[in-house]
Structures are given as C-alpha cells and as structure tokens.
Ligand binder design. Structure first.
Ligand SMILES: [Zn+2]
Length: 498
C-alpha cells in the first residue's frame, strides 16, 4: 500500500486561506477598526503550513515539476520557507516589538518614545539636536535590542541549514531563482558608475534641505533630507485624494466604481499614519488605506500604494493562487514606483496639481533616488556577506559600517548592522523594481508621450500587464512586454546626467 499522498491542492487552499485571514487582520488593525493585531491565533490555526515537513514536501514536489508548474511550486516553496523561518523567530520578534514599544530615549532632559524618535529627528531643523537624538537612539538599540535581533538572525540561519541549504543566502537564491551574488556585483558596478556624478547630483538638494553638502553631511541629517519639508506647500492635503482619482480616471480607471478596490480615507483615532495596501483576496478584496494628512511624502506614499492596489485589483481572477498572491514582488513594486514617480514628474505636477516651479520637487526626487539606490547597492553587498556560508558574525558590524559609509558617502554607525536588514532578501525586489520602473516609464513615454498618464490607451497597456499578476518574474515580464532587459547602467546614466 502506498502511504497517503501529500495533498498539494489542500496545501494551496490552506495557504490562500491563511493569507486571506492575515491580510484582513492587518487591514482591520492598520485602518483603525480594531486596536490589537491578533495574528498569533491565525498562525496557530494554520501551523501545519509552516512546519519543516511542509517546506520539504513543497521542495520535493517542486524539483519534480516542469514549466509553469515548476514556477508555481517555486513561489509556493518561498511561501513555505518564509513561514517556516517566521515560525522559528516569531516569539523573539514579539519580544523585540514589545520591548521596543516600551523604550524611551533621553535628549537634553527631554524624554522621547524610542519609536517616535525617527519622526522627531526628521522634523528637527537643528543639526546638532538631530545628531544627539540619533546618538541616543543607536545607544539604546545596541544595548537593549541588538541581543534580540542577533538571536533572531542566528535562529533563521540555523533553520536554513536544517533544511539542507548551505546558508540563508543559498536558500533565497534557490527559492527566488536569482543569482544574488551576481546581482550584488551588478549593483557594485552601478555604484562605480555613479561615483563621479554623485556629489554633484545630490549637493544642491542637500544644501536646501539640511544646509550642508555631501562632504559635510552626517547620517543624522538623512531623514531630514528625505523628508524635504520645503516641498510640502506644493502638495496640499485637500488635493491629494482628488489628484489620485483624476490621475486614475485619465488612465480609464474609475476608482469609485471599482467594487473590489476599497479606498479607505476615513479618520479613525488608531489608524496608521502611513498609507498602505492590503490584499486579503486578489483581485476581489483589495484595500487602499490612507491617512487624511498630505504633504509630499504622503502623496508619494499614497500613489505608491495605489500602484500596488491597482496591480492586484486588475489581476485576472482565474490565475492560479501562486500567480495572484505570491511570486516576484519586484513586479508589484515596479508599478508602485511608477505611480509614485508621477508625483515627481513635471508634466503631472503641472497638469494635475497646477503646481508652478516644480523644479525643486524634481531635483529632490532625483537626488533621493540616487542616494537610495547607492544605499541599497551597499545593502545587497552586505546582506550577501551576512547571510553567506561560514560568515564571521563578529566581523559584520564593521563590514556593514564600511560598505554603507563608502557608498552613501557619510560616516555610518555599526549599531544598525542587524536592524537595517529586511528579511528574505527583499532588497533584491526593490533594486530590480527601480530598474524596471524606469523601463515602464520609458516605454510609456515612447508609446504615448511625456504625459502618458493622461492617455486611456496607456491605461489599457498597463492593465494588460497588471492582469498577469505576478505570473512572470520581473525579467520575463519585461522581455515579453518590450523585448528589453533590466539595465542598471542606463539607470546610472539617467540619474547622474548633467
Ligand atoms: Zn511597495
């Protein structure tokens, strides 16, 4: 007699049910409908999805599959691996979050909640005080939180070895089907190519936002630079949602008539201060939640999340579960960056907001993008070392500080060597999404002109891509749609061109 066959379809249904429950819980809590985030009972109900046997079964089935089924199973394999590592580290993460929420820092006699400190720092016009806040934050991080972060990292590394991969790096190179070392190498070339033009590109905006050029910059000034408070007046809060409605409507999308995409703009006391998108059922139940605030960063965040919401909301309902809910997030991030990028486009600012003198907004966006890409180029190089086989963890704080400091051009602290790491090599999604967004934009401009966002046919072309969900990886989707390939060298030229 054969042993009872492992039921793959049942696993898929379980995974889809789990994501529906967890995403709805994140929506309800983030939108301020309920105060607490009760994810623990959801994990408990679905714990069989994330045990070691489940990851191994999906992996075995995957290695015997071919073609599109192999892609589906690879996406499912990543889902199982993420969940397995999450289950191993969830208890530590909960302790870390609880401790973090209780911590306070002391700056010149004033007490600030640890979690509020970055916001206070970004809004602080005095550079000396910004540096004091940052020093107090990193001291608390090193002393109180890093021991827990380290415990979580070691536990994730050990879990990957248990599953038979030589390292965390090898595990994610496998389930993402990406050569992460090679990608880090390509970004190293990007950093070299932008080195000469870097200071020239960012200096005018740094002078304007923090009052110092790159050569005199401190890390504690960066949040202030990204905050770019001087641009807020270009982005009035009462025009924010109408601007989104008008932009989508010109692309042929009637936001109010889209019954599967709920725009949640209501004021609630415990609502998240940042816009977010939640997708319990793709494409039937998608939420776009935004705070009723405004300012440049909120516009950018709302349009970013709207890119996710429309990508998921326009996904074909009859695609396989893995292609609707899982897959290569570089794809959904590229569409989020594409809509976000509109808020720094001269044509969009003029036509939709009627903004005069938008040059400062465009200059800031370019400087911020270049610095962000150089920062992420360092992050991927660092994470490849941190998660590689036989890593010497004792040497990593220094490596982190050296790599980040060199690429960003600012003395960089060692203390954030653990807290500055996103799980599952998500860094590779952002980096490829930035390149892909450039490709979508150039293609749209070539086909429909610089004001492509006002063209229904452009909307139709985009919906054709969105309908495919994340069936194809970023590289494949681009090759099929335009015949192009992800090119960081072109991005380097574009960002540093005089
Ligand atoms: Zn995003």
């Amino acid at each position: 007699m054969q042993p009872l066959a492992w039921d793959l379809d049942q696993y898929r249904r379980g995974a889809e049910g789990f994501l529906e429950e967890i995403d709805r819980e994140y929506y309800l809590q983030g939108a301020g409908h309920k105060p607490d985030l009760a994810i623990e009972p959801i994990y408990e109900r679905h714990e069989e999805l994330f045990d070691r046997e489940a990851v191994e079964r999906v992996g075995e089935t995957r290695s015997a599959a071919m073609g599109e089924e192999a892609t589906r199973l690879r996406y499912l394999h990543q889902f199982a691996l993420d969940g397995f590592l999450g289950a191993r580290t969830r208890e530590i993460e909960a302790r870390t979050a609880e401790l973090e929420a209780s911590l306070e820092i002391e700056v010149a006699g004033e007490t600030i909640a640890y979690r509020m400190a970055p916001v206070v720092q970004a809004n602080e016009p005095d550079a000396g005080r910004r540096a004091e806040i940052e020093a107090a934050r990193t001291a608390v991080l090193a002393e109180r939180l890093n021991p827990l972060h380290l415990e979580a990292l070691e536990s994730a590394h050990a879990a990957c070895s248990e599953l038979g991969w030589p390292s965390y790096l090898d595990a994610y190179s496998d389930v993402r089907a990406l050569d992460l070392r090679a990608l880090a190498g390509r970004l190293g070339e990007f950093a070299e190519a932008t080195e000469a033009g870097y200071a020239r590109t960012v200096d005018p905006d740094l002078e304007r936002t923090v009052g110092a050029p790159l050569a005199g910059l401190r890390r504690s000034d960066l949040a202030r630079f990204f905050r770019a408070a001087h641009l807020d007046e270009l982005f009035p809060s009462d025009k924010m949602v109408p601007a989104l409605r008008r932009t989508l409507s010109r692309l042929g999308i009637d936001l109010d008539a889209q019954r599967n995409v709920t725009l949640d703009t209501e004021k609630r006391p415990t609502k998240s201060p940042r816009a977010f998108c939640s997708t319990p059922r793709v494409p039937q139940e998608v939420y776009l939640v935004m705070p009723p605030i405004g300012g440049r960063e909120d516009y950018a965040a709302l349009f970013h999340e709207a890119g996710h919401a429309e990508h998921y909301g326009c996904t074909e309902a009859d695609l396989a579960f893995e292609f609707r809910h899982l897959g290569d997030n570089a794809v959904t991030e590229s569409f989020a960056f594409l809509l976000e990028g509109l808020t720094a486009s001269p044509e969009w600012l003029e036509r939709i907001l009627g903004a005069e003198g938008a040059a400062a907004a465009i200059e800031h966006a370019r400087a911020a993008r270049l610095m962000m890409l150089r920062r992420y180029s360092a992050k991927i190089a660092y994470e490849v070392e941190l998660h590689g086989p036989g890593v010497d963890l004792k040497a990593m704080p220094e490596r982190y500080s050296a790599l980040l400091g060199e690429r960003i051009g600012v003395p960089w602290p060692r203390e954030t060597w653990l807290s500055d790491v996103d799980p599952s090599f998500y860094v590779a999604c952002y980096l490829r999404a930035w390149a892909l967004e450039g490709d979508w934009r150039r293609e749209l401009e070539g086909r429909f002109g610089d004001a492509w966002f006002g063209d229904r046919e452009a909307g139709e072309w985009l919906r054709g891509l969105w309908a495919q969900g994340q069936r194809r990886e970023a590289e494949r989707l681009l090759a099929d749609a335009t015949g192009g390939s992800l090119d960081f060298a072109r991005l380097a030229t574009e960002l540093t061109a005089v």
